[in-house]
Design a protein around this ligand. Structure first.
Ligand code: MG
Length: 394
């Protein structure tokens, strides 16, 4: 959803041992709705910044676990580096890996924050593009007390001047690299976020509005709550576009050579439109024409993956998961079979789900009706999603 000329990279910190989480598999590799937590975080990053290089800093003993995460991250520009003894050292190692092809902006994000939305990424990127660095923060609702070593209250700080901060934190790459280099050379303490590293190096850091849904999974209960996806819903979508002049059609984001094109305000990707409406349907959240009015000039010629990603972001914002997509294309030509695998793979990559969760069929209409006469194409789609259950439901 980004419209900035700068080159952006993502640095995901996932080397921690999570002492507060207890024994066993590290929390970033625990299951969250059918995938490792870290894979869910990576999908959220990929949905927000599909072209960004992603470097994940992992623990040296987690290589096999990370391979499983990578298997869930098809279509991403993903690499891993081994972290250090502290968070600060891990970030520094990740920044050194990025230094080989330095981006303009780097977003540093916790591997255990799976619910960051594209809107949140946009807010920090836009602010950091203007100021050099920006982090998300939220006001405090609880009253804060300062205590001494014996647990006795020694002060009540003014809540209005305090914020609790989150990730992703966005920085001009050259600045955060210099700040970490300086600290690595001089200091032995461990700073728990990178805004503190920037501040220690004398840079100003802006705070933009955070998102209370962007939780950091810290305790086992957090994971139980977030994986309680018991509310299964299904939505359907249908779309039609007419053939017109052109030499290709777009289907599921794949360019297919044809002796005609499809006519539409956007790129007329009839398949992505039906899938997008199926997602909105499952969410009971309007339709594509409501979210992207066809008379609005900004959507002219737009890649329809934008609409599809918007619906996915609405799903993510409700802490839901996409379980399955199924679609049928109806046309006499072009022949879909030779392209079906590529189309499925592209849809799976866009949606951040595995290939076995994306079905595509095609049929003719036996030369009957508008599709039979070759006047246009139709697409039908069904999306199945899972949302967090609530006591009020069914
Ligand atoms: Mg359409």
């Amino acid at each position: 959803m980004q419209d900035t000329p700068s080159r952006i990279a993502l640095l995901i910190v996932a080397a921690g041992r999570g002492a507060r989480f207890g024994e066993g598999v590290p929390k970033q590799y625990r299951n969250l709705g059918g995938a490792p937590l870290l894979a869910v975080t990576l999908r959220a990053c990929h949905a927000a910044l599909p072209d960004a290089a992603i470097v994940v800093v992992i623990n040296a003993s987690d290589k096999a676990l990370f391979q499983n995460v990578a298997d869930h991250a098809a279509g991403m520009n993903l690499s891993a580096v081994t972290g250090g003894a502290t968070r600060q050292e891990s970030v520094w190692l990740g920044l050194q890996a990025l230094q080989r092809h330095p981006p303009d902006l780097v977003l540093i994000h916790d591997g255990v924050r799976p619910f960051a939305t594209p809107e949140l990424f946009s807010r920090v990127i836009n602010a950091a593009s203007a100021t050099g660095s920006a982090i998300p923060g939220l006001p405090l609702t609880d009253t804060i007390k300062q205590i001494d070593a014996a647990g006795m209250i020694t002060g009540s700080p003014d809540r209005a001047r305090l914020m609790r901060v989150q990730t992703p934190q966005a920085f001009a790459f050259a600045q955060i690299f210099a700040a970490h280099a300086r600290l690595a050379a001089t200091a032995s303490f461990d700073l728990t976020d990178d805004a503190a590293v920037m501040a220690a190096a004398g840079y100003d850091v802006a705070v933009v509005a955070g998102d209370s849904a962007n939780v950091k999974v810290t305790f086992p209960e957090d994971l139980q709550v977030t994986s309680n996806l018991t509310d299964t819903r299904t939505g359907q979508g249908f779309d039609v576009h007419a053939f017109g002049p052109g030499d290709h059609v777009m289907l599921g984001g794949v360019r297919i050579p044809h002796h005609a094109g499809l006519v539409g305000h956007s790129d007329a990707d009839v398949l992505l439109h039906a899938l997008t409406d199926a997602l909105y349907g499952a969410l009971a959240d309007g339709d594509i024409g409501q979210h992207f009015p066809p008379h609005d000039p900004q959507w002219r010629g737009q890649a329809s993956s934008l609409f599809f990603r918007h619906a996915l972001a609405r799903l993510a914002a409700r802490h839901g998961r996409l379980a399955h997509l199924d679609a049928t294309l109806i046309c006499e030509t072009p022949k879909i079979g030779p392209h079906a695998q590529a189309i499925r793979e592209n849809i799976a990559a866009l949606a951040g789900i595995s290939l076995d969760r994306v079905a595509l069929k095609a049929t003719t209409s036996e030369r009957l009706g508008f599709t039979g006469r070759g006047e246009g194409m139709a697409a039908m789609a069904i999306a199945t999603i899972r949302l967090p259950g609530s006591n009020d439901d069914v």
